[in-house]
Design a protein around this ligand. Structure first.
Ligand SMILES: NC(=O)c1ccc[n+]([C@@H]2O[C@H](COP(=O)([O-])OP(=O)(O)OC[C@H]3O[C@@H](n4cnc5c(N)ncnc54)[C@H](O)[C@@H]3O)[C@@H](O)[C@H]2O)c1
Length: 294
């Protein structure tokens, strides 16, 4: 931890810093004066980064970019075989986990901490995106269909967030003052959910709602919480659709009129990790798309 920057800010700044220090009992300087640019941002070199959904799509691209930045990614996925194969290719590690399971997630997080150290970064990418109408040809949507999407996308995200935050809390703060960062994956469907997306949009809306209170609460532990709301990205989820559907979806994106590349999502994760002023916010990453009702 760096001392507060009163020497470089003069008496007045020092006094204000001291009063803020006393008022809130915080150990962080009001200004990051005294820190070099390098010290202000999280150094990803050697940090443990847990990436859920790391076996595929956005999570896999993120793990790959984090590895290239010198971090130690741990790919956590319910598809343990794929996660292990991708981790082997990247020179990373993997753990099999269904993120909805409380006790299993506790055991996996404990194992990660014991094996590699507590994570400085959690990226929640595990998720599913099935479409189903509230009232379809067979009548009302089975309640378990709705429950399953909430269970994986929202409760699974919270499950990993709570465990990562507790593990990060045991870490010493970095020079920048922070202990860790959590990045969740919402969706533009949280704002412009389409017909058939009642369950998916609800789960992603839950992640949007979670972001600020989690950031506010974990601020006292120097842990930031952010979410990304992607538009349409070229992952197995979308690339499995017929070509004409893909083309019409891509054409609906104002600019650039193409699917996002998963590495564009990954580079936002890296930026969020490094930029300590980003906290408690959801960033749309969508080429200005606003989804139509259907
Ligand atoms: N691709 C897009 O256009 C897009 C847009 C908006 C939001 N998202 C969100 O981004 C996230 C990643 O999506 P993607 O496109 O990379 O999908 P993907 O299907 O390529 O990857 C999702 C991964 O999550 C894993 N997973 C699913 N359920 C799990 C569970 N219960 N426990 C552990 N792992 C589980 C899968 O095995 C898979 O490896 C999802 O939350 C999705 O809703 C994607």
């Amino acid at each position: 931890m760096k001392p507060s920057g009163s020497s470089s800010g003069g008496f007045f700044v020092g006094a204000v810093q001291d009063s803020v220090f006393n008022l809130f009992g915080t150990q962080f300087p009001l200004f990051a004066a005294g820190l070099s640019i390098g010290e202000r941002k999280m150094d990803l070199g050697g940090i443990v980064a847990v990436v859920t959904g790391g076996a595929s799509g956005l999570g896999l691209a993120t793990a790959e970019m984090l590895k290239a930045e010198g971090a130690h990614p741990v790919l956590v996925d319910r598809d343990g075989a794929k996660a292990a194969a991708e981790a082997g290719r990247l020179g990373a590690d993997a753990r099999e986990l269904d993120v909805t399971r409380a006790a299993d997630a506790e055991a996996v997080m404990a194992d990660i901490v014991a094996s590699f150290g507590a994570p400085r970064l959690l990226v929640n990418c595990a998720g599913i995106g099935p479409a189903k109408r509230i009232v379809g040809r067979e009548g009302a949507m089975p309640l378990d269909d709705f429950r399953k999407v909430i269970e994986i996308n929202l409760i699974g995200t919270f499950n990993m967030l709570r465990l990562a935050a507790a593990a990060m809390n045991d870490l010493e703060p970095l020079d920048s003052g922070e202990r860790g960062v959590i990045v969740n994956t919402a969706s533009v469907a949280a704002y412009d959910g389409q017909i058939g997306q009642a369950a998916y949009a609800s789960s992603k809306g839950g992640i949007v709602g979670l972001t600020l209170p989690a950031a506010r609460e974990l601020a006292s532990r120097a842990i930031r919480v952010m979410s990304i709301a992607p538009g349409l990205f070229a992952t197995p989820l979308l690339l499995g659709m017929p070509d004409p559907v893909q083309q019409s979806l891509a054409a609906s994106i104002p600019f650039p009129s193409r699917f996002g590349d998963p590495c564009e999502y990954a580079s936002l994760v890296v930026h969020i990790a490094r930029n300590a002023m980003l906290n408690g916010e959801v960033i749309r990453l969508d080429g200005a798309i606003r989804m139509a009702p259907r």
